[in-house]
Every structure is written in C-alpha cells, then in structure tokens.
Design a protein around this ligand. Structure first.
Ligand code: NI
Length: 133
C-alpha cells in the first residue's frame, strides 16, 4: 500500500476542531485523525444497504418543548414493523431518554432514525446498528 501526501486547506476554527479531535482520541497526528474520519464515513455508508441489521435508536429530549414525544410516537407508528420495543425513561423533571430497539433493513432503520433524531427539540440522538443476518 503506497501512501499519498496531499495538502488540505482548512479555516482556523475547523483546524482547531481537528486538533481537539486528535487530542481527545489520542491520535499521534492529524493524518491518523483524518484516516479515522474517512473510515467512519465509509462504514456508515455501508449501512445504506439492504443488509438485515438490529440496533437501537437513543434520543434525549426535553418533553416540555416542541412536542417531541407525540411526534416521535407518530413516526414510530409509521415504521411499526421495524420496532421491537421502546423504552421511555424520565431522566429528570424536564428530560426524557428514549431507547427504541429496531430490526430490519439497514437503509430503512437509517431512514427511521434520521427522522426521529432530526425532530426539533431532540438534544442528542444516535443510531447504533449491528448485522443481524
Ligand atoms: Ni419522560
């Protein structure tokens, strides 16, 4: 495998972010960090396929704001055939944690997760998947 060098132009703040990423992940240099980001991206792309996968969508939101509970519920009913279970935990007076266990085609799970995570008011959201075939 040959290694190719190339120049990258980045704005100050983006470079700062990259350096933070290097520090947080204890990469020996920026090249390693960029390599890691590219690999991550291509793994995520592989999920845009028809493989049977299982996983979980996790979201944290403030239930007083933006009617997230109801909207998330509506979306989940549209995709009921992919949902194995949903757990709602009241984290505090304001915050809720929802874990939705899912199974189906990677592409469809990604579509479902994107819709829920994109809801206004969701503070944090993530889909975790693993091959299930
Ligand atoms: Ni709650």
């Amino acid at each position: 495998m040959s290694v190719i060098r190339f120049g990258v132009s980045l704005e100050d703040h983006v470079m700062h972010e990259l350096d933070e990423y290097v520090k947080e992940n204890k990469f020996p240099n920026r090249s390693q960090a960029i390599r890691n980001l590219i690999e991550k991206n291509s793994v995520e792309k592989k999920w845009q396929c028809n493989n049977e996968v299982a996983g979980a969508i996790v979201i944290v939101y403030d239930h007083h704001k933006n009617d997230v509970s109801n909207k998330s519920n509506d979306i989940q009913h549209d995709y009921f055939h992919l949902i194995l279970s949903a757990q709602h935990i009241h984290l505090s007076h304001d915050l809720c944690l929802e874990t939705i266990a899912v199974k189906g085609e990677a592409q469809q799970l990604t579509e479902l997760a994107d819709k829920i995570i994109a809801l206004k008011g969701v503070r944090h959201g993530k889909l975790v998947m693993s091959r299930a075939d």
